[in-house]
Design a protein around this ligand. Structure first.
Ligand SMILES: NC(=O)c1ccc[n+]([C@@H]2O[C@H](COP(=O)([O-])OP(=O)(O)OC[C@H]3O[C@@H](n4cnc5c(N)ncnc54)[C@H](OP(=O)(O)O)[C@@H]3O)[C@@H](O)[C@H]2O)c1
Length: 268
C-alpha cells in the first residue's frame, strides 16, 4: 500500500485524512505535517495518524498531498525541492497553483496532479476536479481519483479548465449559502420565526439537491413540476426573471473565473 502524507493538516487536510481512514486506509499508511505541536498531538489522538516534519514526509511518502494555503507554497517548495524523489506523486489541492510551478521547482520528471476540491469535503460531499501535469500517468490519475472518491465526487478536466472549475464548484457552495441566507431573510420578512425559516430553507435545499442528484432529471423538468398554471411559484419566477437573477449568476461566475485567471498569473 502506498504511504500518503498530507502536508498542511488544516480544514481541507484534516477532512481528507478523515475521509481516507473512512475509505479503508490504515493509520499506518498515512502521515501528516502540521506546524503547531498541540494541533499535531490532537490530530494523532483523534485519528491515530503520525505527525512528521516535511523532510520525513518527503522521505517516507509515495504520495504527497499539498494542502497548505497557496501563499505558503513558496517556502514549502524551497524545503521539498532538494528532498523529493522524482517518483513521488505530488497532489496539489492549492487553488490557482499550476502543475508547471511544481514541475519547475521539484526534481525533473516529478508527476503532479492538480485538484480543485470544495469545502463540502468536510462532510464527505466534495466536488473535486483533477488535472494531470506533464509527467502524471493514467495510473497516477486513477490513484488520485480513488483517494478523492473517499471524500466525494471526482471529475477529470484538462488543466486549462481549472479556472472555470474554480469559479463554478470551488466557489459554488458560497453561492448556495448566499441564496439560502437571502431566502431565510425572505422568511423573516414574511413574519416567520428565524429558526423556523432556517429549517424550512435548509431542508428544502437538501431535498432539492437530493432530487437533482438522485432522479437524474434536468433542473428545468424539476422546476416545471412545481410551477403550476397561475400558481404561486410562477409569480416568484417572474420576479426572479424581472430582477435578472439568471444574468447575474452568469456575470458573477464569469467574474470569479476572471479573478482566478488573474491570481494564477502570479505563478507564471
Ligand atoms: N477551503 C476551501 O474551500 C478550499 C477549496 C478548494 C481548495 N482549497 C485549498 O486547500 C488548501 C487548504 O485550505 P484550508 O482551507 O484547509 O486552509 P487551512 O485551514 O489554513 O490549512 C492549511 C494548513 O497548512 C498549514 N501549513 C502551512 N504551511 C505549512 C508547512 N510548510 N508545513 C506544514 N503545514 C503547513 C497551516 O498551518 P498554520 O495554521 O500554521 O498556517 C494550516 O494548518 C488551500 O491551498 C486552498 O486553496 C480550499
Amino acid at each position: 500500500m502506498a504511504v500518503i502524507a498530507v502536508l498542511g493538516a488544516g480544514k481541507i487536510g484534516e477532512a481528507l485524512l478523515s475521509g481516507l481512514l473512512h475509505g479503508g486506509r490504515k493509520p499506518g499508511e498515512l502521515l501528516f505535517t502540521e506546524r503547531y505541536p498541540e494541533r499535531a498531538e490532537e490530530l494523532t489522538r483523534r485519528y491515530g495518524v503520525r505527525g512528521v516534519d516535511v523532510p520525513e514526509a518527503a522521505k517516507l511518502a509515495d504520495v504527497l498531498i499539498v494542502a497548505v494555503k497557496p501563499q505558503d507554497i513558496e517556502p514549502l517548495l524551497d524545503e521539498l525541492g532538494p528532498l523529493l524523489r522524482p517518483e513521488t506523486l505530488v497532489v496539489s489541492l492549492c487553488a490557482g497553483l499550476p502543475t508547471a510551478l511544481y514541475e519547475r521547482r521539484l526534481a525533473e520528471g516529478t508527476p503532479v496532479v492538480r485538484v480543485m476540491p470544495n469545502t463540502p469535503m468536510v462532510v464527505g460531499a466534495a466536488m473535486s476536479a483533477i488535472s494531470p501535469g506533464r509527467y502524471a500517468t493514467p495510473e497516477h490519475l486513477a490513484l488520485v481519483e480513488e483517494l478523492l472518491a473517499c471524500v466525494g465526487s471526482v471529475v477529470r478536466v484538462p488543466e486549462s479548465q481549472q479556472d472555470a472549475v474554480t469559479a463554478l464548484s470551488g466557489s459554488g457552495p458560497a453561492y448556495f449559502f448566499f441564496l439560502v441566507e437571502a431566502m431565510i431573510d425572505a422568511g423573516i420578512l414574511l413574519g416567520l420565526p428565524r429558526n423556523i425559516a432556517e429549517k424550512l430553507i435548509v431542508q428544502s435545499a437538501v431535498g432539492a439537491a437530493k432530487m437533482l442528484a438522485e432522479t437524474g432529471e434536468h433542473p428545468v423538468t424539476l422546476r416545471e413540476a412545481v410551477t403550476s398554471p397561475a400558481g404561486t411559484t410562477i409569480n416568484a419566477i417572474r420576479e426572479l426573471e424581472n430582477h435578472g437573477v439568471r444574468a447575474a449568476l452568469l456575470a458573477a461566475i464569469e467574474a470569479a473565473r476572471d479573478r482566478s485567471v488573474e491570481l494564477g498569473k502570479a505563478h507564471d
